[in-house]
Design a protein around this ligand. Sequence first.
Ligand code: PA5
Length: 440
Amino acid sequence: MADSFISLDTGRLSGFMSASELSAAEAQAAEAGRILLNGSGAGKDFTGWTDLPVKYDREEFARIKRCADKIRSDSDILVVVGIGGSYLGARAATEMLTPRYRTLRALRDRNETAVLFAGNCMSADETAELTELLEEGYDVSVNVISKSGTTTEPAIAFRILKEFMEKKYGKKGAAERIYATTDRERGALRKLAAQEGYETFVIPDDIGGRYSVLTPVGLLPIAAAGIDTDAIMAGAASAYERYSAGNPSENDCCRYAAVRNALLRKGKMIEIMVNYEPRLHYFTEWWKQLYGESEGKDQKGIFPAGADFSTDLHSMGQYIQDGMRFIFETVIDVEKAAHSVTVKEDSENLDGLNYLAGMDLDHINKQAMKGTVMAHESGGVPNIILHVPELTAYHFGAMVYFFEKACGISGYMLGVNPFDQPGVEAYKRNMFRLLGKPGY
Ligand code: PA5
């Protein structure tokens, strides 16, 4: 694996910052990295994820695999109930690492488990349509995930799904198909799970929601989708080793944190994560939540956005090329596609595409990427590139750890606590008051 690791290319930024601005940011990133490593920064009680890839609970890991095997043997559908950090990592992995139409085929053929997500919104339509689908006679398991055990969206969805499960399987049968991932002691979900006798998994006290992909929060649904969780942990462990050096010249994580903060200081306050593979859409959603909740506080932070190219070159492309110049891009370059699709010669050439004949579609996609990077740069949009050899479970683990660690470092550079999210309470207070919740 040593030669095919993810790597960061920041070599295209010299036109956007001076060498002294870059070296000042690098020195601050190195210092922020040291603070993260020695556990002396803000939110230090929530940095348990930093050495998780090398010290995770092997027994619990084996139990996750056993439960995933049971789900895969007795369920057509696993419904994963959770919101924010309690679902985005699993969704990023299942979208990235399983065949694009796996869910459709699984529901049609009923020979593998479709992983569906619920409790991440409060849409009546979404909820009703999921229940309608489940009522079509599928065998179902449910994994309800909430660290606090009190979040409204998943709690409502779970109340509905619990009723469905108990009606279908009886109380005892339902309990054998419901898995709860929550805090060791606190919260309504912990109490409910104990009372109903559900199999439970613990979210460690020192790991917050958006840093929890490599805990049971992410790993149970990921394993139930048939993804190799050993390979994910191996990729994360390699990343842990590589990014332990403090010097940004040897540490891509530190360098990423340094350059994005240097760009912010030059007025680039929006970062767009760009992909050219639709299966990376939810990885971007996971990254947006990680960076948005970690950095956006105290009136500080880079606003994280996402774009799926070349699709969005036909929508957001105009703004990125020509709009206000407060944007930079981080492009995920997947070096090797899993499939090959060749454009064929056509004797009539009515569409004028014979100049592409014999070319692989992935090669064409790559030229679109190179052309776009050049165009955006010349339009005043700096580009950082993360090269990812292939979309495998190993590289997923590496990418997760890379972005998590860089986020911790970057948050400290900004002078915020990257491990809390006080701002998300404001809407809840208003909503609870409007709904008449006691005490609000
Ligand atoms: O990252 C976070 O801490 C949040 O996004 C939470 O994951 C999200 O609010 C869900 O919280 P909980 O797992 O407590 O239901």
